[in-house]
Design a protein around this ligand. Structure first.
Ligand code: CA2
Length: 149
């Protein structure tokens, strides 16, 4: 089983500012955490980060036929991008949304999630742990899909 883990704009700057919201660990630590979580779950993982909406759309499209599921933190594009929502719907792969912070308790403009409309589950406010839960959920979800088929 292979999952694509996508991180959106500015997450590559983790650890540099706003540690009270996003924690003190940097993006390299997040990538290692995700690799370790995938190993624990017994799944393969491919990591992708971009600051560009179109690059994220391209990567979601390319996942079709290659990945079994997607874990995505679209960052600021969560709240603006119909293009990412449409790409997730188009490939129709099971997707799980992750946010490091609890966006439900933040500014009103963060209360809408377009990408979330195409996701089977959302984890927020758990920091890095949200990615681990997402991978484990997606593995169990995909195994269930296989059993039901
Ligand atoms: O909580 C999350 O994971 C977010 O997706 C993070 C986004 C934000 O726009 C979403 O509303 C919630 C922002 C990521 C920016 O990361 C930074 C990294 C270093 C310094 C400042 C921000």
């Amino acid at each position: 089983m292979k999952f694509l883990v996508i991180n959106g704009p500015n997450l590559n700057l983790l650890g540099l500012r706003e540690p009270e919201i996003y924690g003190r660990q940097d993006f390299a630590a997040l990538q290692q955490f995700v690799r370790d979580a995938a190993a624990e779950a017994g799944v393969e993982v491919e990591l992708f980060q971009s600051n560009h909406e179109g690059a994220i759309v391209d990567t979601i499209q390319e996942a079709y036929g290659k990945a079994d599921g997607i874990v995505i933190n679209p960052a600021a594009y969560t709240h603006t991008s119909v293009a990412i929502l449409d790409a997730l719907k188009a490939v129709a792969l099971p997707a799980v949304e992750v946010h490091l912070s609890d966006v439900s308790k933040r500014e009103s403009f963060r209360q809408v999630s377009y990408a979330g409309l195409a996701c089977v589950k959302t984890y927020m406010g758990l920091g890095f742990e949200g990615y681990r839960r997402a991978i484990l959920f997606l593995r169990d979800f995909c195994e269930g899909e296989v059993k039901r088929a």
